[in-house]
Design a protein around this ligand. Sequence first.
Ligand code: AMP
Ligand code: TRP
Length: 328
Amino acid sequence: MKKISLTGLQPTGIITLGNYIGSIGQMVEYQEKYDSYIFIADMHAITINQDPKILKENIKSLIALYLACGIDPEKNTIYIQSENPYVANISWLLECNTYYGELSRMTQFKDKSLKNKNFTSGLLTYPVLMAADILSMNADYVPVGLDQKQHVELARDIAERFNKKYKKIFVVPEPILKDSGTKITDLQDPTKKMSKSSENQKGVIKLLEDLNIIRKKIMSATTDSEMRIVYDMENKPGISNLINIYSSLTKKSIKEIEEEFKDSNYGNFKSKVADVVVDTISKIQERYYEILNNEEYLNKILDEGKKKNIEVSKKIYEEMIECIGLGR
Ligand code: AMP
Ligand code: TRP
């Protein structure tokens, strides 16, 4: 039987070329290897203030975008966290087996609670809800970014504690770091990671952005005063980043690319990179709008995901209730 991988995505509505190359590529690999669950963590999103209308739009948009990027609904179980009432119940049962001290020591909580003194208790218990997501689906592996690794480790601790105290119900999950692939850097400051929260958006390519703007951003990417298209992340971070992007999207090796452009200038190379990026993104956008407008298709995928999600977690919930001694 295949091992289970599970990951949650917050519905923020923005996906960058960096996310696409670094993270979605890996998810497409995992869908071949694992029984893969992907869900929209909309209940995690409301630990900070959200506009209800925008939140709802972002949820659908993110699902359509992942599907458009190659997440295959035949190979993944795709669902929305809030559509399963068992998760919040399981989260409560786990909260009663988690210490306040553990939660208050989480790095993300410390950072976010310092930034806004008027934080909700949801911000504190956020990692327990995450543990509920993971443990309620018997996940073996949890692909996450470095910032979430600590939360998966807490989920492990909670699982082990519960298994020991009551009964061995939970699979003890392992984090898989998503950040080990190619890092795409900012086009304006190629020493920094390309990030959706970057102040200068000229250096960031977003998947739902106008294609002409994307081309312009690549053509005005920072390079260096040499004219050689060779890979050297330290001394030529701008050109090396463009080589990484080109390599990731064409599957050509760095050596092949250096050979291909050995007689070329930067303008010419940039325009080739822009062609490949625009071609890739235009296909994603086309698929995205098609899917977004196909309510029936989206609903079918989400209904199936919801059914499986509820089935598995209901069983876990009932086992928990039984061994804790709740109810009749
Ligand atoms: P974030 O959007 O920063 O929460 O990142 C989500 C995931 O996308 C991370 O765990 C990374 O795997 C991936 N990612 C984000 N930005 C980049 C980037 N510039 N280059 C490569 N991967 C990235
Ligand atoms: N907290 C994660 C993030 O912000 C999203 C998430 C929620 C998640 N539940 C999860 C990720 C369970 C992995 C497994 O990125």
